[in-house]
Design a protein around this ligand. Structure first.
Ligand code: PLP
Length: 393
């Protein structure tokens, strides 16, 4: 991290430590999440899909039903309340696919904060709908032209802004990565997912689930789901990364599954990165923008190291098959990111006894993926619709 940000990070760590000890702060967070985002989100038994697979019973934690359609709002709302507590009035963020930018702009509108979002110029082109909504919500979107005009360059621009503006500005980190206290803080807000799930599964089946699957991009939905179960050794925790075109193809974003990631330091934190022998970051690929990332949460890298969380990968093709299957059997359109977890659960469920219960975190809904999904499913009418509209993509 730029040296100039050291004190800001220390101040943030202290403000967060105080908020964390304040039971009223957590209550305020839970109340706002309930009134604004629709929490608690339900746990839905997947009776049809479970019967088809003929093995373990599948349950789905419905983070797709949150306001803005994913778990991201949990973290963003929590950081927004912390910003208010710190007396700052402006937030900045960087975003790749735009989902975190939209969640941040939404929170800023709700809490009356100024908001600027940095985005690589290439991503601004690719993610028009998200840029449109951020602007309509009152945020300023800055298209970053420098470097490769992608997420990495947006992060650098955002850090530059923060170094100039730290007195009145908070950097809203979107996942459990980056320098301390961000991983700890984002995990703290996201653990609302696992806490609720624990109670809901208990109410449904009178015990803990046998296994839990969550997809892993940066790792926030997985960490949020897993952390409240860490001290239940009977619950097996499985993180699912983007297997892309297969782990042998080189076109994937699996840092832990398959053992491709190597320890390194970048963007203010140490973890397993996809990098070559010289430490150059490798290109990544995934059908889902949210999992297409070279780093992974240091918390998850550690939980892997001590053997508490197991990692698998699901390929693009398995994800599309899982998407179709979940839609047709249960009437649920999941986000491509989340479907990695569903795909891995589908792969395993048939071989497990019917007495076992598998919980899957559906981190978001799939409406945002309509272009990619229609493309992957080879929908010609959709293609000609897009062509008539001048290629809205
Ligand atoms: C952003 C996103 C992810 C990936 O982020 P994590 O920090 O790994 O949770 C996963 N699912 C959805 C729906 C997302 O929008």
């Amino acid at each position: 991290m730029p040296e100039i940000l050291r004190h800001t990070l220390e101040d943030l760590a202290e403000a967060f430590a105080l908020a964390r000890r304040d039971a009223q702060f957590w209550q305020r967070f839970v109340d706002e999440a309930k009134a604004y985002s629709g929490r608690p989100t339900p746990v839905t038994p997947l009776a049809n899909l479970s019967a088809q697979l003929g093995g373990a019973q599948l349950l789905l934690k419905r983070e797709d039903l949150n306001h803005t359609g994913a778990h991201k709002i949990n973290n963003v709302l929590g950081q927004g309340l912390l910003v208010q507590r710190m007396g700052k009035r402006r937030v900045i963020a960087e975003t790749g696919a735009g989902q975190h930018g939209v969640a941040t702009a939404t929170m800023a509108a709700r809490l009356g904060l100024q908001c600027r979002v940095y985005m690589g110029a290439l991503d601004v082109e690719r993610q028009r709908p998200n840029v449109f909504w951020m602007e309509q919500l009152g945020a300023e979107v800055v298209a970053v032209e420098s470097g490769s005009a992608s997420l990495k360059d947006a992060i650098n621009e955002c850090l530059r802004d923060w170094a100039d503006s730290m007195d009145d500005t908070h950097y809203v980190m979107g996942t459990v990565c980056g320098p301390h206290p961000f991983p700890q803080m984002v995990a703290y807000f996201q653990q609302v997912v696992g806490q609720e799930s624990r109670q809901q599964v208990q109410a449904l089946i009178g015990r803990r689930p046998d296994r839990i699957y969550a997809c892993v991009g940066g790792g926030s939905n997985a960490t949020g789901m897993f952390v409240p179960f860490l001290d239940d050794p009977e619950v097996e925790l499985v993180g699912v990364e983007a297997g892309g075109r297969g782990l042998a193809s080189g076109a994937h974003a699996a840092r832990i599954a398959g053992g491709h990631g190597r320890p390194g330091v970048a963007q203010g934190y140490r973890t397993l990165f996809l990098q070559d022998e010289e430490g150059q970051m490798l290109p990544t690929h995934s059908v889902s923008a949210g999992l297409d990332y070279i780093g992974v949460s240091p918390i998850l890298a550690w939980l892997h190291e001590i053997g508490r969380v197991r990692f698998e990968a699901a390929t693009d093709d398995e994800v599309i098959a899982a998407l179709r299957r979940l839609m047709r059997s249960e009437g649920i359109i999941g986000a491509l990111e989340s479907l990695h977890a569903v795909a891995a659960a589908i792969r395993a469920a048939g071989d497990r006894p019917q007495s076992e219960v598998i919980l899957i975190n559906l981190s978001g809904r799939g409406d945002k993926d309509i272009f990619t999904i229609a493309d992957a499913l080879g929908d010609d009418q959709w293609r000609s619709f897009l062509a008539r509209r001048g290629g809205a993509r």
